[in-house]
Design a protein around this ligand. Structure first.
Ligand code: ARG
Length: 485
């Protein structure tokens, strides 16, 4: 670490002592924020190019700095420069290496800038890229689920409420429920992207900058849709980070619910799915075991994703306006959350490829006999009986079925007719599983035509999402190209 008066430290002029090594280590974020390296370099290049074009620094110095920065990126990638050392953060590291390489000209890079608007900018670029990545993988998972659903239109299983047999549904319908949850998650992430897409650079430390900077030019070069309106807000705001970890946590909660269900379905008691060896793990003790560990861990890691939201909100809640060093803690939380949620989405997709649905076990479960009791009530209501009364009468039919140990479709017509003469022979049709499923024809229901319509809208939605990803990916690639030689 350079001493207090070494020129390439970011500060030191007013200090007589070098920083305490233990405290420097304590305050350092380098072990975490080294992940911002590429985006910080990209942002610095856009910044110095603007400074050069505006005549704020000599154009030749701007070019030397940009070239030096590109060299640092290339060398760190190739392992020629190790991204480590006793630096306060990634920004200090980059500036120090730049000094070593191009000398005092490096000192012009920080003209019209503070680390406060610098870090907010690099972090927003990182978050934008991470959102695109998470959306991409979530869309892949949705795609896989739609594919599995398309192959499961003919499989009927009990729909559950309160984890009790409720009404028969198509497996495709059940699987598509997760597709729509994921679709809202993606929509929320795209919304976070929109609000992350604002350039803080040009805000300085708190008050703005006194040079004739062209912030719009920097925004365009860095692919931001807008520039921030208020320098105090722009440097102290981490709403965008809270939103993205909250969106990621909710996505993770959806995966966790689904995981819990898959764990249940894989149990001997349900047996609704069989798992390929490749997606399970054995027991060190019990030779017969085949455990669904990947989904158990998705469920388990949801705890950390949820914790990230509380951690970040709690970090922010006591902070006055403007930059406070506490804000440095944002990155570890966001990185951990987005890493684990992205990994979970990918794991769920891989896991699904090893899930085999047991049509037999699902259909067996629908044959226990009472799953179509609602149809009995609907039958009477269609014949003019007020639904509440019809519900009562259907309850008596259920009692009879239970007493005789018979499914509703095997109960003799006389038993029905003994409860109300409104029952005619066609009641025995209405309580059939297939008839019950096909009667749910209103949009959003589980009848075949409705489910096929749903599959179509899901496929259409996937195309829209893929177009968004292509567009956003293309923009990020153009921005990243600033740092390529
Ligand atoms: N590593 C710091 C962070 O992540 C950079 C900003 C430090 N700014 C300052 N004025 N000390 O927040």
């Amino acid at each position: 670490m350079p001493g207090a008066d070494t020129p390439h430290r970011m500060w030191g002029g007013r200090f007589r002592q070098a920083p305490d090594a233990g405290l420097l280590e304590f305050i350092s974020s380098f072990a975490t924020d080294h992940r911002l390296l590429r985006w910080d370099i990209v942002a610095s290049i856009a910044h110095v190019q603007m400074l050069g074009a505006a005549g704020i620094i000599p154009a030749s110095d701007a070019a030397a700095i940009a070239d030096g920065l590109r060299g640092i990126l290339a060398d760190t990638r190739a392992g020629r420069v190790r991204v480590e050392g006793p630096y306060e953060d990634v920004h200090s590291f980059i500036e120090a290496i730049l000094y070593q390489r191009i000398g005092p000209v490096a000192g012009r890079m920080h003209t019209a800038r503070s680390r406060n608007d610098q870090v907010a900018t690099a972090f927003r670029l990182y978050v934008k890229e991470a959102i695109i990545r998470l959306v991409t993988h979530t869309v892949d998972l949705m795609d896989e689920t739609v594919r599995r659903a398309a192959g499961a239109v003919e499989i009927i299983l009990p729909g559950f409420t309160h984890l009790q047999h409720a009404q028969p549904v198509r497996l495709a319908h059940h699987l598509l429920a997760y597709v729509w949850m994921l679709n809202r998650d993606v929509d929320r992430l795209m919304d976070c992207y929109r609000r992350s897409n604002v350039l803080p650079l040009g805000s300085g430390a708190v008050a703005g900058v006194s040079y004739p900077v062209d912030r719009q030019r920097v925004a365009a070069a860095l692919g931001f849709a807008r520039i921030s309106e208020n320098s105090i807000d722009a440097t102290g705001d981490r709403d965008f980070a809270v939103e993205v970890v909250a969106g990621a946590a909710l996505l993770m909660v959806h995966l966790s619910r689904w995981s819990e269900e898959l764990v249940l379905w894989a149990s001997d008691e349900f047996g609704f799915i069989a798992l390929a060896d490749a997606v399970t793990t054995g027991s060190s003790l019990m030779p017969q075991k085949k455990n669904p560990d990947p989904v158990e861990l998705i469920r388990g890691r949801a705890g950390r994703a949820i914790g990230a939201v509380a951690a970040l909100l709690t970090t922010l809640k006591g902070l006055p306006a403007g930059y406070q060093r506490d804000l440095q803690e944002d990155k570890e939380i966001v990185f951990d959350s987005l890493d684990l949620v992205t990994a979970a989405v990918r794991a769920m997709q891989r896991f699904l490829t090893g899930v085999e649905f047991s049509a037999t076990r699902m259909e067996d479960a629908t044959r226990r006999g009472l799953l179509t009791a609602t149809e009995v009530a609907d039958y009477l209501a269609r014949k003019g009986m007020p639904f509440r009364e019809a519900h009562q009468a259907a309850g008596r039919v259920v009692q009879e079925a239970l007493a005789r140990g018979m499914p509703l479709w095997e109960l003799p017509l006389e038993v029905y007719a003994g409860i109300t003469p409104l029952f005619e022979r066609d009641i025995l049709e209405a309580v059939q599983l297939a008839a019950a499923v096909e009667s749910k024809r209103a949009p959003g229901g589980t009848a075949k035509a409705a489910v096929e319509g749903q599959l179509d809208s899901a496929r259409l939605q996937l195309e829209t999402l893929r177009a968004w990803v292509r567009d956003a990916d293309g923009r990020m690639a153009d921005v990243a190209a600033l740092a390529e030689r």
